[in-house]
Design a protein around this ligand. Sequence first.
Ligand code: XMP
Length: 332
Amino acid sequence: DWIMGDYIAEAVARIREQVGDEEVILGLSGGVDSSVAAALIHRAIGDQLTCVFVDHGLLRLNEGRMVMEMFAGRLHAKVVHVEAAEQFMGHLKGVTDPEQKRKIIGREFVEVFKAEAAKLKAADAGAKGAKWLAQGTIYPDVVESGGTKTKKATIKSHHNVGGLPEQLGLKLLEPLRELFKDEVRALGVALGLPHDMVYRHPFPGPGLGVRILGEVKPEFAALLQRADHIFIEELRKTVDEATGKTWYDLTSQAFTVFLPVKSVGVMGDGRTYDYVVALRAVQTSDFMTADWAELPYSLLKRVSSRIINEVRGINRVTYDVSSKPPATIEWE
Ligand code: XMP
């Protein structure tokens, strides 16, 4: 609508004025906030923006391909795709403690991002390099780091890339700082991002690293990605008759957790001894408290039989019926 059109024109003008002819880098995660920030900044300054997408090997299935198709393919933005799975997996080897895993993933993320920023600088013929680091910080993040919502941060360390602008010696560009989540989504739609990208569930920075309980192994990540993909696909496909909405839209966050325990099953004439996954789906308005979602049994049944039939290596699916508190949304 015209109000959003005005907003975009104003935001674009502000970004151009702030940045001038300098270069900007942005860490693109595939999440709503960094995607909308990237689309807005790209609208404002085009090729002065370089997005860096770090694939730590703990993302959702096909995430890298989707991000590249959208931003490099459709928006024609400059995107550097960093394949860093081996590096992250190497550092996570043997590590089982959840907070330790978060620290390692956060630290490696900063390392990879710094190395990419340095490479970009070296490759720049004018030797100017980026002067700005753009981030998809939104208003609730600003309030949170101001200390109003510290409780969450003390239970699990969330801010995986804190201090990055200082370490890189870059000025900070945060064009979404004044917006609430629903405004960010509306802006994303107005900028031409697809509905499914803009109305995505949140995904934690450490990704599947905290959804594979205990030690993270590449083969566990591969199984979990496929199982989770089936769960999300069925949630997106299944419409609730009472509301006309999909179960994806009726839940605030839904995902699959890999449990590194084996249980016995039967398949054909044989006995199996394979891994277990837990499905998690919650409804919440603020993620501080959350109810487990009363998904239809028919949906759970379809997800379970698809995972067990399609993902060799998993022979049992459970549903998590714990609310927050006392459980947390993630299992780690
Ligand atoms: P919990 O598990 O604390 O999760 O109930 C609340 C919300 O925070 C997300 N979460 C994280 N996000 N880095 C993030 O960026 C993290 O380390 C992290 N841990 C939890 C979780 O997905 C949920 O939306």
